[in-house]
Ligand binder design. Structure first.
Ligand code: CO
Length: 145
């Protein structure tokens, strides 16, 4: 199996509103999808995109994540990183089940079953202890994407 390109970097923040202002004013990013709630995952999410380098045509997506609800998995992260910080990276794959079997076959702990992620396609996370300390999201991306 080949991993695809990096789709986005996930950044946890205590305030999506403040984070959007930072990415707009300092990084020159645009909101490409307005903030929305993902109640099942206990997060509020907003995608911003930094501008493309000259000629490359494609910017870079940052997923801003704010805790939603008392049991949000992001609370623990923000307790350790009160100002927010880098939370995960996300790579694209053509087939989520093939990818799950690949990582499990190499002894990497996949967290839960594939589920629909913030982009509306199947995702899963791999435990950072098996990924060099990086919480890693794997996201199925249709080939015609
Ligand atoms: Co993500």
């Amino acid at each position: 199996m080949k991993l695809g390109r990096l789709n986005h970097v996930g950044v946890a923040t205590p305030s999506i509103e403040n984070a959007i202002a930072f990415y707009r004013d300092v990084m020159g990013a645009e909101v490409i999808r307005a903030p929305f709630d993902l109640p099942k995952q206990g997060v509020k999410v907003c995608f911003v995109e930094t501008p493309p380098s000259t000629g490359s045509g494609q910017g870079t997506q940052i997923e801003l994540i704010e805790p939603l609800g008392e049991s949000s998995p992001i609370h623990g992260f923000l307790a350790k990183n009160p100002a927010g910080g880098q939370h995960h990276v996300c790579y694209e794959v053509p087939d989520i089940h093939e990818a799950k079997a690949w990582f499990e076959g190499r002894g990497c702990k996949v967290l839960g079953e594939p589920r629909i992620g913030a982009h509306g396609t199947p995702i899963f996370f791999v435990h950072p202890k098996d990924m060099g300390g990086v919480l890693t999201e794997i996201m199925e991306t249709p080939r015609n994407h």
